[in-house]
Design a protein around this ligand. Structure first.
Ligand SMILES: [Fe+2]
Ligand SMILES: [Fe+2]
Length: 267
């Protein structure tokens, strides 16, 4: 895992290759507030040691909040190990988030802190305002806005698969040409939020306007390198998402054609 700090945020950057799509950044974050906040907990694949990587950044015993933006498996990898390592920490999620987690491994309910979009969390030196990002793939999704630093944590929204592993690990998304970034984000919107093609509604566009009105200086998405100074163009991309082509994944015939190109391994 590649970690780097920008102001009072540390990025714990990992990535996942998605065949035919690209290299998807998978970021977790530490917000170094007076009461430190860990945002998501990475992939659960073998060999990933989320808590070990986190220990290089902060003593888990100091962590006060684990903000689970939603309980998809690319966000929960280190969750239970972190709950063990961070006995002071409360887990921020929603009623639906608790319900979804209960289908695999129930959360310790005394550690849970239920917070809905529109509500706020006091973390000592700042208030974090929970909001539902315009694009999401899980009904428990809750991002937040840090008014003190004009920083937006957007969960899956604004994600973009990158053409190379190196670009999935950059610390500034502006290293990617703007047109390439927009195309990758629109592809991700179609892959991850296919309902957006049915969302030519005032409410969807209101949700985009709400992010635009916040005017975040920096956007931290789980699936995008850190994005400073480009929030308005990111919102332009969201406004275009309903009109892009739907994503259709490879079918069985395509899978078999792909497998046929592989050399048989020596036995
Ligand atoms: Fe997700
Ligand atoms: Fe995700």
């Amino acid at each position: 895992m590649n970690t780097h700090r920008i102001s009072d945020v540390t990025v714990l950057n990992d990535q996942l290759e998605v065949p035919g799509i690209g290299f998807l950044p998978v970021n977790a974050y530490v917000l170094h507030a007076q009461q430190p906040v860990v945002v998501d907990t990475g992939l659960g694949l073998p060999g990933r040691d989320f808590v070990g990587a986190l220990c290089e950044v902060i003593d888990p015993a100091e962590v006060r909040w684990i903000w689970l933006t939603h309980p998809d498996r690319d966000h929960t990898g280190g969750l239970f190990a972190l709950l063990d390592a961070a006995p002071q920490a409360r887990l921020v999620t929603t009623f639906v988030g608790v319900g979804i987690m209960s289908t695999e491994r129930p959360l310790p309910i005394d550690r849970v802190y239920l917070l809905n979009p529109g509500q706020s969390l006091d973390v000592g030196d700042r208030t974090l305002r929970a909001f539902r990002p315009p694009l999401f793939d899980n009904p428990a999704t809750t991002g937040f806005y840090d008014e003190r630093t004009r920083t937006c944590f957007s969960s899956d929204c604004f994600g973009a698969p990158m053409p190379t592993p190196a670009l999935a690990a950059v610390s500034d998304v502006r290293e990617i040409p703007a047109a390439d970034l927009r195309a990758a984000q629109l592809l991700w919107a179609a892959v991850d939020s296919p309902w957006v093609h049915n969302a030519h509604s005032d409410r969807y566009f209101d949700s985009v306007r709400a992010v635009r009105a916040l005017g975040p200086e920096t956007v931290y998405s789980t699936h995008l390198p850190p994005a400073a100074g480009i929030a308005q163009s990111l919102c332009d991309m969201l406004a275009a998402a309903p009109d892009t082509d739907p994503f259709v994944g490879p079918d069985q015939q395509a899978l078999e054609a792909m497998l046929a190109t592989f050399e048989p391994t020596a036995g």
